[in-house]
Design a protein around this ligand. Structure first.
Ligand code: FES
Ligand code: FES
Length: 148
């Protein structure tokens, strides 16, 4: 079957099987920032925006995305600024988790979320094996403009 995805504002027509997963289709199209971690919707590494809302792309059938807007890190203007903050705070270690974290954090910025508890709650699904989260949270708070 053929579907049309609007990825980072650009229409992409792609031939898929009915059981193909969005994560695999995005990678097939060259969006390598979308990575596979747990493959069960638990680690947040594969997060993309689906019509503006964060979803784990490993848990979405590609067919379901037909005609919808998908945003990856490549399509987020603020991604470089946040990535710089991660580097400044020593939270850019192996970087495997970074794309999913960036997508989710930019979403929080777009929603103007600045409450520390709410931030922690919303990002609890973004797992990281390297950083211990402290540096990440410093970078996140800087990026979101959280008051000290
Ligand atoms: S790979 Fe999708 S949530 Fe872990
Ligand atoms: S920086 Fe390595 S998993 Fe997060």
């Amino acid at each position: 079957m053929k579907i049309s995805l609007i990825i980072n504002g650009e229409q992409k027509d792609v031939e898929i099987n009915p059981d193909d997963i969005l994560l695999d289709v995005l990678r097939k199209l060259g969006y390598y920032s979308v990575r596979r971690g747990c493959d069960t919707g638990m680690c947040g590494i594969c997060t993309v925006l689906f019509d503006g809302k964060p979803v784990p792309s490993c848990s979405v059938f590609a067919a379901r995305a037909d005609g919808h807007h998908i945003t990856t890190v490549e399509g987020l203007e603020d991604a470089k600024v946040f990535a710089q903050y991660l580097a400044e705070e020593g939270a850019d270690q192996c970087g495997f988790c970074s794309p999913g974290l960036i997508v989710n954090t930019v979403y929080l910025k777009n929603k103007n979320i600045k409450d520390k508890e709410e931030i922690t709650d919303k990002l609890i699904g973004n797992l990281c094996r390297c950083t211990g989260y402290v540096g990440q949270h410093r970078a996140i708070e800087k990026f979101l403009g959280v008051e000290k």
